[in-house]
Ligand binder design. Structure first.
Ligand code: PRX
Length: 653
């Protein structure tokens, strides 16, 4: 790998700290070490057993994996099931209808609890309402909702009638929403008037109105949940309140079983080019692996645990570990709408205490933020209910890992660092609590049934201590099946770099014990607060502004957010004469409007020239050196070697 992919983790092949499982925890753990041997012996039989034990099939499958046309996989062929039935009805039928499925806590402090029986009823009503609006199996429904129970209800109602949901994170702009609606050709949008953010109402419907303003989209109806009561514009004939549609629908609905490969959802994620990719997940394999991992990685006891994953449903973690994994397993969980520091910085810990949360799953960026706020804040709450702590979304630095274990987990709870992606659908590399001796900062071992490896440029396996590319050698049940509408891009992006292997886009290294350390992306994908952003997408937004001639974007290391977006921009003609500070701010806002607030560059530096090779290729590596405050690396291949001196001087100002 080139120098700009190295991270401080490179020095950590000799991590000495290791935390052996507590013997009492290990004895009763859900996951036992025998799982590895079982999966090694016969991987497909292992997954077939999980599929049959964890799910209820209306028709049993006959063919565990069809890999006759790689990389297009078909899992559990011949099998038929309904995802919503697996997440809901069957728990009620088994006598667990009174178990709480969701403890909802709104940011302003309003609360709602749904038992499995109540959630099932709501989903049946929503399924009837969506069907009455003309949604049928195979259609797509766009979901643009905050973290409220209706988001879960909507997703499961779509699954119930065989329509694929396409959830768009509420922080994305109207333009981003429209391009996702168009790509998926969504028939229905489900949204809310708004949500609450840091104590204030934050609107959502205006973005839907703006996205659909030209009346030219495939969308026929918009269902609007009333959440914050702010006034909204209304398009007669198109818009309908949730309370008038879902609220009045019949609660009788029998779930039809669909093929194991029925599309379950599309979720757009950033790639290395400008256009987001619609990652397609299907039903049987996805549910098998999300349920398996949720149960084993978090040591889940559905009867007694209170689980809380802090992810928004706009991201894959919210799909797999708020909606499908926990509900298929019949878990009780907490859903929180708001920000961690509203109305005070102890809000999360207050919720852990209030609901007696036993399993917490969050992102390193949140852990680092809380670390900065100080130990005395969590110290004011009773966190003794916690017993397993999870991390996801980006590499966790050993310091944050240790803080999480010590301050939140009282040196008692196992910490599981889980590596996976939108594309993998479920956790792939992670310790198993009670089995694995955990190591701060390492995701450690591929889960049973998963074959991960670290390879060099030629695809050859690397030994311990060598850094290379993370690949997956064999198909897995929850793998993406395609990029929506673009099979060529699917093959090209994931299966061509190393023929016969899935290329994850991450750098990795095995330490002396063979444990895997993730080293960050090796492509032009950035990871800001655990959110995936593409440099190309932000560059294309910047050059779409009339004042911009050229733009280069890099992700610079940041203590709290993992990476921060830094843009270098050459202005066009007369724009160059304008006040640079004002112009930088205009461009930050422009990206916010185009893509969403999360993509706004932390800094836009206006430069006279960008570092280019003689063939005109921008050397982002050098810009990253500047943005990260390092001495600028080898610039000898630049067409004009003085360019970097100027940029470095301007950046330091
Ligand atoms: O770079 C890896 C990083 O997040 C990327 C996937 O992002 P996304 O599809 O948005 O899914 C995030 C939640 C699963 C990966 O390519 N990543 C995710 N988890 C970890 C991680 N990097 C290091 N350690 C992790 N535990």
């Amino acid at each position: 790998m080139s120098s700009d992919e190295s991270t401080p983790l490179d020095n950590l092949s000799h991590e000495e700290r290791s935390f052996a499982p507590d013997p009492a925890f290990a004895r009763d753990a859900v996951a036992q070490a025998t799982l590895y041997a079982e999966a090694d012996q016969d991987r497909l039989a292992f997954w077939a057993r999980q599929a049959r034990e964890l799910l209820t099939w209306e028709t049993d499958f006959t063919d565990t994996l069809d890999w006759s046309n790689p990389p297009f996989a078909r899992w559990f062929g011949g099998g038929k099931l309904n995802a919503a039935y697996n997440a809901l009805d069957r728990h009620v039928e088994a006598g667990n209808g009174d178990r709480v499925a969701i403890h909802f806590e709104g940011e302003p402090g309003d609360t709602r609890a749904y038992t499995y029986a109540q959630l099932t009823e709501e989903v049946k009503k929503a399924a009837n309402a969506f069907a009455a609006l003309g949604v049928t199996a195979g259609d797509r429904v766009a979901v643009y909702l905050p973290m409220i129970p209706e988001a879960v209800i909507t997703m499961l109602a779509c699954a119930r009638i065989g329509a694929a949901h396409s959830v768009v994170f509420g922080g994305f702009s109207a333009d981003a929403l429209r391009s996702r609606i168009d790509d998926a050709e969504a028939k229905l949008v489900v949204t809310a008037d708004g949500t609450w953010r840091r104590g204030k109402p934050s609107p959502l419907k205006p973005a839907v109105d703006a996205a659909l303003a030209d009346g030219q989209s495939t969308v026929e109806n918009v269902v609007v949940v009333q959440r914050n009561g702010e006034p909204v514009e209304w398009t007669e004939g198109r818009d309908a309140w949730w309370s008038d549609t879902v609220g009045t629908a019949s609660a009788e609905h029998t779930a039809e079983a669909f093929d194991a490969e029925q599309p379950l959802y599309i979720l757009y994620t950033s790639g290395t080019t400008g256009k987001p990719k619609g990652i397609l997940h299907t039903t049987g394999g996805y549910l098998t692996q999300t349920a398996f991992t949720h149960r084993n990685v978090f040591d889940l006891r559905p009867e007694t645990d209170v689980y809380w994953c802090t992810a928004d449903i706009g991201w894959v973690t919210g799909h797999s570990y708020v909606v499908y994994g926990p509900l298929v397993n019949g878990a009780t969980q907490v859903i929180y709408e708001g920000t961690p520091d509203t109305p005070h910085q102890g809000r999360w810990w207050e919720l852990v205490q209030k609901y007696g949360v036993t399993i917490l799953y969050t992102a390193p960026t949140a852990i680092r933020t809380m670390m900065k706020w100080g130990d005395d804040i969590p110290g004011q709450y009773d966190l003794s209910s916690l017993r397993v702590l999870g991390s996801v979304g980006e590499p966790i630095n050993p310091e944050a890992w240790m803080w999480y274990r010590r301050v939140i987990g009282a040196d008692r709870c196992p910490v599981v660092d889980t590596w996976w992606q939108t594309e993998t659908g479920a956790i792939m590399i992670s310790p198993l609590p009670g089995v694995t001796a955990t190591k701060p900062g390492s995701a450690q071992v591929p889960l049973p049934g998963i074959t991960a490896d670290v390879v060099d440029d030629t695809g050859a396996s690397l030994g311990d201590g060598e850094a290379g590319y993370l690949v997956l050698r064999e198909p897995w049940p929850s793998m993406l099946r395609n990029i929506w509408g673009d099979p060529d891009r699917f093959v090209q992006t994931y299966w061509s770099r190393f023929p016969g292997m899935y290329f994850a886009g991450d750098g990795a290294k095995k330490d002396d014990d063979g444990d895997v350390w993730l080293l960050g992306r090796v492509d032009d994908v950035m990871n800001v607060s655990g959110h995936r952003l593409s440099t190309a997408e932000i560059e294309s937004s910047l050059v779409g502004h009339p004042a911009v001639a050229e733009a280069a974007v890099v992700g610079a290391a940041d203590e709290t957010t993992g990476q921060a977006v830094i843009a270098f921009v050459i202005l066009r003609g007369s724009a160059a004469e304008e006040d640079h500070d004002a112009m930088s701010e205009t461009l930050r806002q422009h990206v916010g409007k185009d893509i969403g607030a999360i993509a706004k560059p932390r800094k836009v530096l206006i430069v006279p020239e960008l570092p280019k090779t003689r063939s005109g290729k921008i050397m982002r590596r050098l810009l990253k050196d500047v943005a990260e405050g390092r001495e600028v690396g080898d610039a000898t291949t630049l067409a004009d070697s003085t360019v970097m001196n100027q940029i470095a001087a301007d950046f330091a100002k």
